[in-house]
Design a protein around this ligand. Structure first.
Ligand SMILES: *Cc1c(COP(=O)(O)O)cnc(C)c1O
Length: 341
């Protein structure tokens, strides 16, 4: 199966393979399994994080289809929209983003939104309620608007999570196979933040296809376990049907942990901010409060609760999100200018 897996054409946009190493000090402090990290926050600079792996496949399809305009949507601080804006610019495509304003952010664009504007994307921002109520119509209207101008739009789903995007993390699973071999380990668990399901779908299928021998556990940052199981299953079915992969996706176990979402999407507890500080100070590793730190914190809690007792090695996929940190600097405790001498 491994050798005959029909990977489709992709664009080479990401800096991969990404680094893989052990967080020695943290592992010793925790006294549990050795904690390894896959640095998918290093896939690019502006377009860094997990979305670029999915977009390498999606955008190959976009170009094949002769489309010239990308339309996608997400939260005001969406990493996916930022990656799409920058990669669209890199490829000379027009990009239109429909963003959902959850409130609580600065009036002046910062973080991901700043980069969206910088990359020249057209941006429409809607209040959360209207966005959820009219999302489908808004996206159809946007596509029609560009068609009337004689353009060929391609609608990328939230997070680029669909049958095309699934390939991105199957590719990452292939890298992990080589990473594990080089390190001489057989990890028991692979943890990562799950938000729109595409990363989890790819890793779940990839873990089986490349015999990783590890359980893939999506740490939910929004929505519950049932929602994710459905979403991941649907992305996998789309992948199977679209690419005739012949993989029995319904037999794959989809494992979701929804115990550490906290107050809601984009809102983290003080404990999550403590974990951000702990990893920055202790390992020089920067996590973000929306995705990676929430998931990482949940994984550490699982170790503390003894749920991973008996496991020798576990892996955390750092999916990026750096640009989401600065917009939450107040929650991190930075509320006034630093003292000057
Ligand atoms: C989008 C995102 C995720 C979640 O990936 P999905 O494929 O949408 O589930 C995790 N971490 C970061 C930093 C992200 O931007």
């Amino acid at each position: 199966m491994m050798n005959s897996l029909p990977f489709p054409a992709k664009l080479n946009l990401a800096m991969a393979p990404t680094p893989f190493y052990c967080l020695e000090r943290l592992s010793a402090q925790m006294g549990g399994p050795r904690i390894w990290i896959k640095r998918d926050d290093l896939t690019e600079c502006g377009a860094s994080g997990n979305k670029i792996r999915k977009l390498e496949y999606t955008l190959a399809r976009v170009l094949e289809a002769g489309c010239d305009t990308l339309i996608t949507s997400g939260g005001l601080q969406s990493n996916h929209c930022r990656a799409t804006a920058l990669l669209g610019a890199r490829l000379g495509l027009k990009v239109h983003l429909l963003l959902r304003d959850e409130g609580g952010y600065d009036e002046i664009p910062d973080g991901n939104l700043l980069l969206d504007y910088l990359a020249g994307a057209d941006i429409s921002i809607y209040p959360k309620e209207r966005f959820f109520r009219e999302q489908d119509e808004l996206l159809v209207d946007c596509q029609n608007h560009y068609r009337q101008q004689g353009r060929k739009p391609w609608l990328i789903p939230v997070g680029a999570s669909d049958g095309h995007g699934v390939w991105g993390y199957i590719g990452c699973a292939r890298e992990l196979r080589a990473d594990f071999d080089r390190a001489g380990i057989s990890p028991d668990s692979i943890f990562h933040a799950t938000g729109s399901g595409g990363t989890q779908a790819g890793l779940t299928a990839g873990a089986q296809l490349f015999d990783l021998g590890a359980r893939v556990i999506g740490m939910a940052v929004c929505d519950n376990e049932a929602w994710f199981r459905d979403k991941v299953r649907n992305d996998l079915r789309h992948w199977r049907d679209e690419y005739r992969t012949g993989v029995d996706v319904d037999a794959l176990a989809i494992r979701v942990n929804d115990l550490y979402i906290g107050p809601g999407y984009g809102v983290a507890t003080d404990a999550v901010f403590d974990t951000i500080r702990q990893l920055a100070v202790g390992e020089g590793l920067v996590l973000d409060p929306v995705y990676s730190a929430k998931a990482f914190h949940g994984m550490l809690e699982e170790i503390r609760k003894g749920h991973l007792d008996g496991q020798d090695d576990i892996v955390f996929i750092h999916t990026g999100g750096l640009f989401g940190l600065e917009p939450q600097r107040r929650q991190l405790g930075f509320r006034r200018p630093p003292r000057r001498l």
